[in-house]
Design a protein around this ligand. Structure first.
Ligand SMILES: [Zn+2]
Length: 134
């Protein structure tokens, strides 16, 4: 996702976005992209409806810098490699990005929001870290 820093002087969290790095396009990537475009957007819509979120649009991306991201314009980007992860982790990443529609940070309110819809988010985040984006 992205790196979050806490500034003790201002008491604010801020997010440093890493420049998206794109992965080379191979037949395997194209196959995953097709799979991802078919399965990720409907699932995101389902989770958004279930939890009362509205987003602008969703884009499936071939990048190696994050699993997902959310812009202040309400656009959600999802990494096409998400389809290689267990469904529980795919859902976690999508819920995480949906929560950023309301809280554009990783502060206490963000975690409380995420916790209310995904009680085991901390364990899932740990599990996700075991997967490298390649
Ligand atoms: Zn995040």
């Amino acid at each position: 996702m992205h790196r979050v820093f806490f500034n003790p002087f201002t008491g604010l969290y801020y997010i440093v976005r890493r420049k998206p790095r794109h992965a080379p396009v191979t037949p395997e990537v194209e196959q995953l992209r097709a799979q991802a475009k078919e399965s990720l957007p409907p699932r995101l819509k389902e989770l958004a409806d279930e939890h009362g979120f509205t987003y602008n649009r969703v884009v499936v991306k071939n990048n190696i810098s994050n699993w997902g991201s959310c812009s202040s314009k309400g656009n959600i980007n999802l990494n096409l490699r998400l389809v290689t992860l267990p469904q529980s982790l795919q859902d976690y990443v999508m819920l995480h990005e949906l929560c950023h529609l309301r809280e554009m940070n990783h502060g206490p309110r963000f975690h409380a929001l995420l916790e209310s819809m995904c009680p085991d988010h901390r364990a899932l985040e740990k599990e996700l870290k075991q997967y490298k984006i390649r």
